[in-house]
Design a protein around this ligand. Sequence first.
Ligand code: UGA
Length: 430
Amino acid sequence: MKIGIIGSGYVGLVTGACFAHLGHQVLCVDNDVKKIEMLKRGKSPIYEPGLESMLKENIRRKRLSFATKVDRATRQCEILFICVNTPPKMNGEADLSFVENVSREIARNLKDYRLIVEKSTVPVQTGEWIHKTIKQIQASESLFDVASNPEFLREGSAIHDFLNPDRVILGVSNARAEKILRKLYAPLKANLVVTDLKSAEIIKHASNSFLATKISFINAVARVCDATGADINNVALGMGLDPRIGPSFLNAGIGFGGFCFPKDLSAFLRMSERLGVRFDMLKEALTINDEQKKYFIQKIENTIWNLTDKTLAVLGLSFKPNTDDIRYAPAIDIIRELQHEKVKIRAYDPEAMTRAKQELRDVKFCRNAYETVRNADALLLMTEWDEFVDLDYKRIKKLMRHPVLFDGRNALNPAEMRKIGFKYCGIGRG
Ligand code: UGA
């Protein structure tokens, strides 16, 4: 099938590359000319394991091409995925102006039937707005349908998630749209869940909000563990074995980040308020997440006393491992907060250094973990990259001025670290 992907950001690129991999003919569009030039050369503008080789392979097989204009995709492709950004506004609502602009451009170029699919994360009723907008410009409803097909890709394992989905949600308003989407996803042999459009939109926001709330819940429990000497890892294990709770997303730490959870939680909260539905649980999940970073800093102060002029070594800057994404990364917020206290920061991340250098000032960026910890008064593990878990901690200890270790992700074994000679502080580990 011929597919147009409008918006070649994170979601658009992974979606486009994977559909091409499944044998479809894909045209990815973006109005960023530089990005499109780079993509034409098979270069990925983002770090995502497996993406660049998949782009190259499908360009070579002539199943994947790139363009800067929406009209070309509208003319050539029977299915058009809207994958543009929906950034947060100051009040937390999703800014849908890019979605609206793309809808208008599609409408102006519509000659034959097209299925328009929203893949960007959008608030409920956006599909109705897209429909209304296109209809105003292009009165004939026989020429198009609007559907919702939210994505559940995690950064760092997006290709795997796309090709092995737990479920594929198809939000449609008629059998014509359903038939096309079923055919499109047929090669995946996935569990297809067909719903109405609005339910599909809510599934996405509710899923992300639920997962984020689960993390805030376990982080609050971790504070209770700290206050009592219990161990959050034991608590999470005992809770997670109940299949109604499940073990995933019960890792306590310095909180969730990334461009999805914080933004989607706020947008879902705003949308609920707008609809007259009180949903303060979401507000609380956001508050706990903000507090968690302060809680970590408080732990550091309680352990090493004055922060002024101390040197802290930070390992991990991205919001989670296997990505170079630092948007809403807890590590970045924590570093900024520590800098207010005149702390000297040395930092290293395997992939996020380039982006972090653009965001942070007065940080000594190092070439590897060992260089980072040299003469440090404490080590802060902020992102649980495998390479940090596998470090030679005996060597690390020797290089530091004071062997104090704050494990912001509970990624290390406290007993082992103490045996080496570290003062170890995790989150909720007594
Ligand atoms: C999230 C969802 O997991 C995806 O299903 C969804 O498609 C995506 O958002 C999106 O809306 O695009 P992602 O933001 O890539 O994916 O990252 P996650 O793996 O979900 O982690 C989010 C944050 O929560 C990270 O900062 C991570 O460190 C933190 N986290 C996760 C915890 O603190 N504890 C946990 O137990 C799990």
